[in-house]
Design a protein around this ligand. Sequence first.
Ligand code: C5P
Length: 296
Amino acid sequence: MPSEPDGPGGAPTLRAPAKVNLFLEVLGRRPDGYHAVETLMLAVSLCDDLEFRDDPAGAVRLTCTDPALGIGPDNLVVRAADLLRQRTGHQGGAAIRLVKRIPWAAGLAGGSSDAATTLAGLNRLWRLGLTRAALAALAAELGSDVPFFLSPPAAWCTGRGEIVSPLRPGKRLHLVLVSPRTGLSTPEVFRGVAVPDQPVSGDAIQSAFAAGDAEAVGRLLFNRLQEPAERLSPEVAEWRRHLTALDPAGCLMSGSGSSLFALGRDRADAVRMAAALRRRGPERSGPRVFLVRSCV
Ligand code: C5P
């Protein structure tokens, strides 16, 4: 997990990256209510920051730069801290400051990334000495996407998403993310999915990704959740058409949406597309546009 220079007063500050799914196939419904998936996840340079300080009073307190985000016991950062204390018996507290940049309910797993970073940050701050495997087991309890963020920058994820096999990108990828203002509910999108009789194979995109062939990765992008998401949100379908018109290497919705991304052939290609999207005018109620690169 990439760390930044310590924050004011020497508090360790960690970066929590967003992710995109370059491939997501649904293999079936499981008895536990989840769906079995195969997905290629990639961490990107759009990041939240988390700063951790000991709290002598022994409480876990979260503050956030975005007043719209709930900071109570349901926040995944607080849940991660509570889970660590509960499982290790650690009595100490922490003051955690979250600098929020990743849009939420957006298919970018910002909350999951914050949770994984909290596990790693507090393991360090509280000197708990938990191994990566122990942290990954706790991460899986917090959410299907959380373990991935302990093994960035890329992975092939199976099970309900929590079984993580790290991959090495052959080359840095450059993407433009578009996050519509309206988010989508993950359970609702999964409820609408039609499980295929013949799942699409992810072998070809894994090879193209390992070879660093952006053009081929673009051609092979796939997300089974895109169709149910477009039924729930016409905005997603509309943005897919806008992004396609920019002639990217490929474009796709990320995760369960509502964010989409266009993949550039190189950085200049991504810069060109981001500029074209930003020229669409003042975007007060429109989507947020981010020019990002894959993490290394
Ligand atoms: O694991 P997480 O808490 O992020 O999942 C949120 C919801 O998304 C689940 O309760 C489930 O409805 C749906 N989901 C699913 N299959 C997955 C992952 C999530 O059905 N593989």
